[in-house]
Design a binder for this molecule. Structure first.
Ligand code: NAI
Length: 461
């Protein structure tokens, strides 16, 4: 008899959520995790710590820029060490919370790095454990960039950037993706001169182009400089400073950029090192992701993979949904993930959130659509918060009015988007949103107004 019904490798959002759901459904579950704390990249060195620093520096910005307008006086002073310990406290509360949930749900934590040695057999440290099913949820790691060697001091990854010993004067960020813009925002708000160097001609690849252009304009206004269409060639460190060399694609001209910190934020890659014994064949895609079928089954019988190690968006909530779906399938239920409706959020100020199709995708598909747009400037609540920048854009099928996508740049966009996620999950039309009473005064009214704009017109624009 196997020791466990299920052993999961990795206690990030994919692994720990899968474990809890499987335990709730009556399975005997263990999770192997080699880190000192549970929660994976997201809780330890990703989503949660970056949100703590974003919150702290946003508060600083509010105090410095908006307090005076409201008749408030505040003296601000940045104590970086204290800000980092606040961030660490937030991490501790969250990782400790997962430990509590493991105990509550009787999930065993196998402490140590795990290797699958045979189907149904997992070695953690010196001990070998058996299970009916094994799940690889080992996540991802920052992708290296050729010619730019990370030394964790001057040239850093996002992990290092969450705990720099001191605030640098100038920061060069390679990559205008989610990590580059979120962490770039943190440091720009602390007075750091931030320059983002991006290979493509626009920021945030894949995002609705109108939103991307608007976000870039707002971030520029906040003091972040952008060099777009620039291929980074290499970086050299001398005397505590890095010189970044890049080539502009438009004319091939070469340039240097000097900074006392370079953040490499050019994407992440699946982390599979040592997870499976070399004697076993784990099929990988060309991009190094673990190949799985629709039920998350890998090439090794009884071994499954979820989250960043397999295909799809590298997002904590996508991993969580896969964890829940797989747990349900293993417990004999019908789990599912709707990959068309996974929202994505960038936690800059203003926030950006989207779900479903972009205008560019709809055009490429030749689909007839209508766009309804509403600016936050017409929303009373947003104006009271000095948060009138941005808009809600709803994209609907021209014939049926069914919602196809939504793109929000503005206050609390990451919260507002879920109304549309639910609506789309139920196959709703813009008229369904427009006819639903929305409380006043709320930011959510902007979503309703965008829905009205898909029909006869918004009220407040
Ligand atoms: P990303 O894939 O979002 O962006 C990387 C950027 O780097 C791209 O714009 C790319 O064109 C650029 N780039 C690549 N090579 C380059 C070069 N040689 N020179 C200049 N630019 C170059 O990757 P990122 O921001 O590192 O994030 C990694 C993963 O983590 C993503 O999948 C992201 O979705 C996820 N993440 C999600 C967050 C959220 O949901 N809020 C927060 C942080 C990370």
């Amino acid at each position: 008899m196997a020791d466990f019904d299920l052993i999961i490798i990795g206690a990030g959002p994919g692994g720990y959520v899968c474990a809890i759901r499987a335990a709730q459904l009556g399975l005997k579950v263990a999770v192997a995790e080699g880190r000192e704390t549970l929660g994976g990249t997201c809780l330890n060195v990703g989503c949660i710590p970056s949100k703590a620093l974003l919150h702290a520096t946003h508060s600083l910005h509010e105090a410095e820029v908006n307090f005076e307008k409201m008749g408030l006086t505040a003296k601000t002073k940045v104590d970086w060490a204290k800000m980092l310990s606040y961030k660490d406290e937030v991490i501790g509360q969250n990782t400790g919370g997962i430990e509590f949930l493991f105990k509550k749900n009787k999930v065993t934590w196998l402490k140590g790095w795990a290797t699958i040695t045979a189907p149904g057999e997992v070695k953690v440290g010196d001990d070998t454990h058996t299970a009916k099913s094994v799940v690889i949820a080992s996540g991802s790691e920052p992708s290296p960039l050729p010619g730019v060697a990370v030394d964790e001091k001057v040239i850093v990854t996002s992990t290092d950037a969450l705990a720099l010993p001191k605030v640098p004067k100038e920061m060069a960020v390679i990559g205008a993706g989610v990590i580059g813009l979120e962490l770039g925002s943190v440091y720009a708000r602390l007075g750091v001169r931030v320059t983002v160097v991006e290979y493509l001609d626009a920021i945030t690849p894949g995002m609705d182009a109108e939103v991307a252009r608007t976000l870039q304009r707002y971030l520029k206004r906040q003091g972040i400089d952008f060099v777009l269409g620039a291929a980074v060639q290499g970086a050299a460190v001398k005397g505590g400073k890095a010189t970044l060399s890049y080539k502009l694609k438009k004319d091939g001209s070469e340039h240097d950029l000097t900074a006392d910190c370079v953040l490499v934020a050019t994407g992440r890659r699946p982390y599979t090192q040592g997870v499976v014994d070399a004697a076993l064949t784990l099929a990988l895609t060309k991009r190094g992701q673990i190949e799985t079928d629709a039920r998350f089954q890998t090439s090794i019988p009884g071994v499954y993979a979820i989250g960043d190690v397999r295909e799809g968006a590298m997002l904590a909530h996508k991993a969580e949904d896969e964890g829940v779906a797989l747990a349900e399938m293993l417990a004999g239920k019908a789990g599912h993930v709707d990959y068309d409706l996974i929202p994505s959020v960038i936690y800059t100020t203003p926030e950006v959130a989207s779900v479903g199709r972009t205008e560019e995708q709809l055009k490429a598909e030749g689909r007839a659509y209508r766009a309804g747009k509403f600016n936050f400037m017409g929303n009373g609540r947003a104006k009271a918060m000095f948060a009138g920048d941005g808009f809600v854009k709803l994209l609907v099928d021209k014939e049926t009015d069914r919602i196809l996508g939504c793109h929000i740049i503005g206050p609390s966009a990451g919260e507002l988007i879920h109304e549309i996620c639910v609506a789309m999950e139920f196959g709703a039309s813009a008229e369904d949103i427009a006819r639903t009473c929305h409380a006043h005064p709320t930011l959510s009214e902007a979503v309703r107004e965008a829905a009205l704009a898909c029909g006869d017109g918004a009220i407040h624009s």
